[in-house]
Write a protein that binds this ligand. Structure first.
Ligand SMILES: [Mg+2]
Length: 220
């Protein structure tokens, strides 16, 4: 019989993905870190005759039919979100400086893309990364990222850094793998003032030009 403590989180085998486990590891999010997700989603919604109003740091509560004051039912918003991942997430713009920063970091570290996306979005997401020359190994996650980040960090001997826009993911990593260097970045300038942050606990650097040397220092 299996004890609870023996149940390891199911995590991809980094060595089998071609990753040299003695190198530093940088775990990087996609949406609002490498790509301007909100803008891409808003563009997609406008093609469906809907409006994305940037009123709060949220997705589903910001979708409206034109002229209406009450946001779209959240379940309908989620359906559009699923469709966006299925069909259109390849339309996102890349965050300023992201490609160069990862390219430079990849000379001394392994880059792994760790994204929260539905499994039906894997193909369009992988295509988007490839098209923008961001085709590093891709791992999909659901829910807070701490448990999976910890499981990945246990597979390497070098230092690990984690980059995300969402406080919930940063808090989760701090809880499950406190040795991982954490960086919060928010790619879309319109979201920056709205994004909840704890700069005393997770370093907050919104521009890749400044983020890149900070990550490099943390894993050197
Ligand atoms: Mg994100």
């Amino acid at each position: 019989m299996t004890e609870m403590s023996d149940i390891a989180i199911k995590s991809p085998d980094l060595a089998a993905m071609g990753i040299v486990t003695s190198r530093p590891l940088v775990l990087v999010d996609v949406d609002e870190v490498l790509g301007l997700f909100m803008q891409g989603f808003a563009d997609y919604l406008s093609l469906q005759g809907l409006e994305f109003r940037l009123e709060r740091f949220a997705l589903f509560q910001n979708i409206y039919r034109p002229g209406e004051a009450e946001h779209l039912d959240v379940s309908l918003g989620k359906a559009h979100f699923d469709d966006f991942f299925r069909h259109a997430s390849g339309e996102m713009a890349v965050a300023d400086g992201a490609r160069d920063a990862l390219h430079r970091l990849s000379k001394s570290a392994n880059i792994v893309i760790l994204t929260n996306a539905p499994s039906h979005g894997r193909l369009s997401r992988a295509r988007w990364l490839g098209r923008h020359r961001l085709d590093y190994p891709l791992i999909l996650n659901t829910g807070p990222k701490g448990p999976l980040a910890a499981a990945l960090a246990r597979q390497v001997t070098g230092p690990v850094a984690f980059v995300d826009d969402m406080l919930s993911n940063l808090d989760s990593v701090a809880e499950h793998a406190p040795d991982i260097a954490r960086f919060q970045t928010v790619a879309d300038p319109r979201l920056r003032p709205m994004a909840p942050a704890k700069p005393d606990i997770h370093r907050r650097i919104d521009h890749w030009d400044a983020l890149h040397p900070a990550i490099k220092a943390a894993i050197s």
